[in-house]
Ligand binder design. Structure first.
Ligand code: ADP
Ligand code: ASP
Ligand code: MG
Length: 844
């Protein structure tokens, strides 16, 4: 059934539901961090759900088992340990001595009660599911109390809300499910008034109530479910599950180290994954959101700025049929065989019903096409019960020998691959089976969900890790992802820099006439980045470009994230991309970002001169890193914009020639400026003209200082074997000392003061029959850049406007050097050059 639209609760404020997972809440520092996240200023009201502190539910279960075994000493010892842990957190989050003492007293009482409860169980040596739940809920109750105390201590208004009356359930101890409608009413009645008063409600997760007011638990991992139920009832704007992982990943990163973040998952896919045991979400966590559209975000607690995974009704990454896989260990395979099943309807349904009645969850069911047997997987510890339940349900058939019997095989695991795109992609199953058999994994049973959203297999548990890795590799979940289009058909571009050149490039890309058009997956600026692994749409790109043009920052735009360029690249690099290329069209110090890109096996295209004109050791280590990762570094536009400077150089060298010297005018900006002044225009007017045409760096002194030309000269000289650094380049600056360090606006306001000096320089040159040019001169030993008066007969004298000229003197071109002349500045030609480099990397 299609999800219904969200109905907004009348006039209630926009709400964020936060859930802090147990794995994240390890100690006082973690609880403080959670409190900070809750208190961060935001336009929404926050409802908080907390898990028990890390490991506490397991510890409580251990206490329950010790008690059942009658071991009072063990109970006491374990209770004391837990008490100390909670007390340490209390001390770590509450500074005020009086408040702290009161909280510690409350904790003492709570643990005394727990101790008494343990003793009670120990004396009876009986632990009912009801009592076990009564014991387990304490973990969440305690952590919620701690968080409330911490919030109050920070001066916030916060209130503990008891979950028993809030989350109404079906009362199944150990695994209750909420009565959604009743819970909707309770939640709104209890929480909305608090929110209206700007009180921060804190709800213990995992806990619910029975109709007669007893406490129940929602099953392991149940806090996820508490969060989604609250999000649903409150029609929250979003639900954020803060966890110890960067997001929902292609598989459990503890099992497969190459697991990657899935940026967005359709709710159906996520629900399927959870149901098939991906531990990251409670199996039924997404059921409350089947009809009410509230997006869920799984985000890293340790790195709150990272976007994590969005689970929503969107359907993205359609080119990846397989998005993720999950492994569930400790399963038993129950097989029911017999001729009596042939053609008899409802055997599967009765099997299910019998197990459901016994409260046993079935993770997989598979019927052979012969209809001679049904296999199903249940948690290993419930295997024996499952057999009993089925024997009872089919007693008649068994006695008539229509069914031969039940077989229970322990030591199994299930592996499920999930993805909405599988329905439309034939051959997924066979690829999965082939990869498993190649890895030597024997498949015991196979099931495909009727939704074609998943394929599951049963394997022997010791094979689990190898199997997961094999299937993950087969569908390239670590790289291009999902077994979709082959890598040859794509090229993913991350564009760093959305200035004049970047925007020009964005305009040019759609007009590329190639079979494979580069896809822009990310944009990065100084503030942060936007990223869409499936490719940003033309519309998105146009709107980002427009917003950038009017001075906006990506971080604050829709879909934008904060972060340095290196962080952005590293984050993007964790995703499945095809032949990713980082394109650097900034003028910043981008080495860290480029290194991050190489580490993520990206190729690099740069127009930015800074990385390659950095200190020699850094450039050498960059090149070594690139070589190690097989990353290509293309940088045609670092000298002469789109002119084929690097290309010509490479061709000369490849054919065995040796370049002895390179001269030239490589600053379109200075070329334009000097030609204009040569025509008799004042310096100040000429410079402003250059700026308004986009010929200069944002601060024109970067051009006038000669540093831009010096960087180009250094890049060229290094190709010839020059061993020095930028400081070894002799540079003549055109900015008088007095103007070098003043703020840019002041520099621009006082430009006219320099007009007279420039007019004089030109007059002197003209008198000698020369023109002024800013010239670079590079050889393997020496690099110089500066203003030269060249005779009118010299080729450089003929340059006009922004034209560049590069002169190669080589062994072969000694008498008549090889001259390359043409437009060498401006966004359009530079972008065209960058595009050319990108196309070199694009499959044809
Ligand atoms: P919480 O702290 O919210 O209760 P859990 O510990 O229940 O979080 O879930 C997070 C754990 O789930 C991770 O530590 C990870 O090992 C495991 N996991 C299993 N499958 C996945 C997956 N596909 N993506 C991310 N984590 C996964
Ligand atoms: N504390 C419970 C558990 O460990 C519930 C949860 O964390 O979601 O299963
Ligand atoms: Mg959990």
């Amino acid at each position: 059934m299609p999800p219904l639209r969200t109905r907004s609760v009348s006039r209630s404020p926009a709400i964020d539901v936060f859930k802090f997972g147990g794995a994240s809440l390890a100690d006082a520092a973690a609880v403080r961090h959670a409190i900070e996240l809750i208190l961060e200023p935001r336009p929404t009201r926050v409802v908080t759900v907390v898990s028990a502190l890390a490991g506490v539910t397991d510890a409580l279960l251990a206490i329950a088992e010790s008690a059942r075994a009658g071991d009072i000493d063990a109970v006491d010892e374990q209770v004391t340990k837990l008490q100390k842990r909670h007390a340490a957190v209390a001390v770590g989050i509450i500074g005020n001595a009086r408040v702290r003492t009161r909280l510690l007293r409350e904790l003492d009482e709570a643990f005394e009660e727990l101790r008494m409860l343990g003793h009670g169980v120990a004396s009876l040596r009986e632990l009912t599911p009801r009592t076990r739940d009564f014991l387990l809920v304490r973990g969440e109750q305690l952590s919620a109390r701690l968080v409330v105390a911490g919030l109050l201590a920070r001066g916030a208004k916060a209130e503990y809300v008891e979950a028993a009356t809030l989350i109404r359930t079906d009362g199944v101890f150990g695994g209750a499910f909420p009565d959604l409608l009743a819970t909707d009413r309770e939640v709104r009645a209890q929480l909305l008034p608090l929110l209206k008063r700007r009180v921060l409600p804190v709800v213990p997760g995992f806990v619910g109530g029975t109709t007669d007011g007893a406490l129940v638990t929602l099953g392991r991992g149940g806090s996820d479910l508490t969060a989604t139920v609250l999000g649903r009832s409150l029609r929250a704007q979003r639900i954020t599950l803060w966890k110890d992982v960067p997001g929902l990943m292609t598989t459990d990163p503890r099992l497969v180290p190459t697991a990657r973040i899935v940026p967005q998952l359709n709710v159906r896919e996520a629900a399927e994954l959870a149901y098939y045991g991906a531990k990251v979400l409670h199996p039924r966590a997404l059921i409350p959101l089947a009809r009410v559209r509230v997006p869920v975000f799984v985000r890293p607690f340790a790195d709150p700025a990272a976007p994590g995974t969005e689970i929503s009704v969107r359907h993205t990454l359609t080119r990846y049929p397989v998005k993720a896989l999950s492994i569930v260990r400790s399963q038993s395979l129950v097989t029911v065989t017999g001729n009596g099943m042939l053609g008899v309807p409802g055997i599967a349904a009765r099997t299910f019903a019998a197990l459901q009645q016994a409260g046993i969850s079935v993770t997989l069911i598979s019927q052979a096409s012969s209809e001679h047997s049904i296999c199903l997987c249940v948690p290993a510890e419930r295997g024996a019960e499952a057999r009993v339940a089925l024997e009872k349900a089919f007693a008649l058939e068994l006695s008539r020998r229509e069914l031969e019997g039940m077989d229970v095989q322990r030591g199994m695991a299930t592996l499920a691959v999930v993805g909405l795109g599988m329905a439309g992609s034939p051959g997924i199953a066979s690829r999965m089976f082939t990869s498993l058999s190649t890895a030597g994994v024997n498949i015991v049973a196979i099931a495909q969900g009727s939704s074609e959203l998943n394929i599951s297999v049963v394997i022997a548990e010791p094979d689990a890790e190898v199997a997961a890795q094999a299937v993950h590799d087969e569908f390239q979940l670590d790289k291009i992802g999902g077994g979709g289009l082959r890598e040859e058909d794509r090229l993913d571009v991350v564009l760093m820099g959305v200035g004049l050149i970047g925007r020009e490039l964005l305009r040019m890309l759609p007009r590329v006439r190639r079979r494979v058009k580069p896809t822009i997956v990310g944009l990065i600026d100084r503030s942060g980045f936007v990223f869409e692994p499936d490719g940003l749409t033309a519309r998105q790109l146009a709107s980002y470009a427009k917003a950038k043009e009017s001075g906006g920052s990506l971080a604050t735009m829709s879909g934008g994230h904060k972060g340095t360029a290196a962080e952005a690249v590293a984050y993007i690099g964790t995703h499945a991309l095809a032949r990713p290329v980082l394109v650097d069209v900034t003028a910043h110090e981008t080495l860290p970002a480029i290194r991050a890109a190489i580490l993520a096996n990206m190729d690099i295209v740069m127009a930015n001169k800074r990385p390659l004109s950095a200190p020699r050791a850094e450039v050498e280590s960059l090149r070594a890193l690139a070589a190690k990762h097989g990353s290509r570094l293309l940088h045609e536009t670092t000298v002469g914009a789109g002119l084929p400077v690097m290309d010509s150089y490479a061709k000369l060298v490849e054919t065995g020639d040796k370049v002895l010297r390179i001269e030239g005018c490589t600053s379109g900006t200075l070329g334009f400026l000097l030609t204009e002044i040569g025509k008799g225009r004042p310096f100040s007017e000429s410079l402003r003209d250059a700026m308004s045409r986009g010929f200069t760096e944002p601060d024109p002194r970067d051009d006038l200082s000669g540093m831009d030309v010096a960087r180009k000269a250094l890049i060229l000289a290094r190709m010839m074997g020059f061993g020095g650094d930028l400081k070894d380049v002799t540079v003549e600056s055109l900015v008088p000392v007095a103007y070098r360090s003043m703020p840019l606006p002041k520099f621009l306001a006082t430009l006219a003061q320099q007009d007279a000096a420039w007019a004089e320089r030109f007059a002197a040159a003209t008198k000698q029959g020369r023109v002024l040019r800013y010239v670079l001169n590079a050889s393997p030993r020496k690099v110089e850049v500066g203003l030269r008066a060249v005779p009118l007969t010299h080729p450089l004298a003929g340059l006009r406007g922004t034209d560049n000229q590069i002169v190669f003197t080589t062994m072969r071109y000694r008498e008549h050097p090889l001259v390359i002349t043409g437009p060498g500045a401006g966004p359009a030609v530079t972008a065209a050059g960058v595009l050319n480099d990108i196309l070199q990397l694009t499959p044809s």
